[in-house]
Write a protein that binds this ligand. Structure first.
Ligand SMILES: CNc1ncnc2c1ncn2[C@@H]1O[C@H](COP(=O)(O)O)[C@@H](O)[C@H]1O
Length: 296
């Protein structure tokens, strides 16, 4: 590459990319959500969920921490609540990553049962894994692996155990790690110590949402998360200096999500103010990630 090459959308799209921090339900395009909505509305005209293209018109990127969790619970989860829609949405997200020039993808998701639709956690995961298998057999162009996530606002210790067991059982099908995500202003991460220890004992990678907000950047929480011996950390925004030093000493991999952090106003300022500018001078391996195409 010549240094005079213009860095424009065409150039960045053509670059072969690795994506390590994509949440499945946030990677479904608005158009795909609209198509699922259209099918549900045709089948049942009394379906009360609003058209995603009306709720999230193209170009809308001002989802803050206060609003984006409700986009999942009030919209996306109401649309992808049957296995057919889940498979359709997963395949569409995979196609979009491939078309964006991604060649290695680790997609993460919270395996959610829907008891009202008779869908178990296993059904949810198997549907995604089957869709990934079919996609890989068809395209043969992108490596795809899964990370199973715990939701810090909702997952109980026994549910955490179930999710880790699922991750262990599905390692041969491409589950490579586990994560803790969800609303960073909720929950108690100490609950997941045993679950994550078990995951590590079984050779799963551990990546953790880390210091996304001041509320989740307290010394007590960060010390707990680091004691889980994570392989990678996501976001790393509100990190006190002594924790920065420890992260650098351990050379933990960092998943930095610039567009998310800027658009969701998780940082003060703009792209040039992003903490990538600081971390890139350390020895920590860094992956620049999208988190959610909704941010773009
Ligand atoms: C600042 N960014 C974030 N911080 C923490 N958790 C986030 C997130 N963005 C998304 N999620 C988590 O990912 C789930 C959607 O994907 P899945 O249904 O699992 O595929 C959301 O419900 C939320 O818990």
């Amino acid at each position: 590459m010549s240094l005079s090459t213009l860095v424009d959308p065409e150039f960045t799209k053509a670059l072969p990319k690795v994506e390590l921090h994509a949440h499945l339900s946030g990677s479904i395009s608005r158009q795909c959500l609209h198509e699922i909505w259209q099918r549900k509305k045709t089948e049942d005209p009394s379906f009360t969920v609003e058209d995603p293209l009306v709720l999230m018109p193209p170009g809308k990127v001002d989802f803050t921490l206060q609003t984006f969790f409700s986009v999942f619970s009030k919209l996306i989860y109401q649309l992808c609540n049957d296995l057919e829609s889940l498979a359709y949405a997963t395949n569409s997200a995979l196609e979009d990553f491939l078309n964006d020039g991604v060649c290695y993808l680790e997609l993460r998701t919270i395996p959610r049962p829907s008891p009202e639709a008779n869908i178990t956690r296993e059904d949810y995961l198997n549907t995604i894994l089957d869709t990934v298998d079919k996609f890989k057999a068809r395209t043969q162009e992108m490596s795809v692996f899964l990370i199973l996530a715990l939701d810090r606002g909702h997952t109980t210790t026994s549910e955490a155990r179930e999710i880790i067991d699922l991750a262990i059982a599905n390692k041969p099908r491409g589950v490579v790690g586990v994560d803790i995500c969800g609303n960073p202003t909720r929950g108690d991460v100490t609950l997941y110590r045993d679950a994550f220890a078990r995951a590590k004992d079984h050779g799963l990678g551990l990546t953790l949402h880390f210091a996304e907000t001041r509320a989740s950047g307290t010394p007590a929480e960060l010390a707990t998360l680091l004691s889980f011996q994570p392989d990678r950390l996501g976001h790393v925004i509100h990190v006190p200096d002594e924790f920065k030093r420890e992260i650098i000493r351990r050379r933990i991999g960092l998943e930095l999500c610039m567009s998310c952090n800027v658009h969701a106003k998780l940082i003060d300022g703009d792209f040039l103010d992003h903490h990538f500018g600081e971390w890139r001078h350390t020895d920590c391996p860094i992956a620049l990630c999208v988190r959610l195409p909704l941010d773009i």
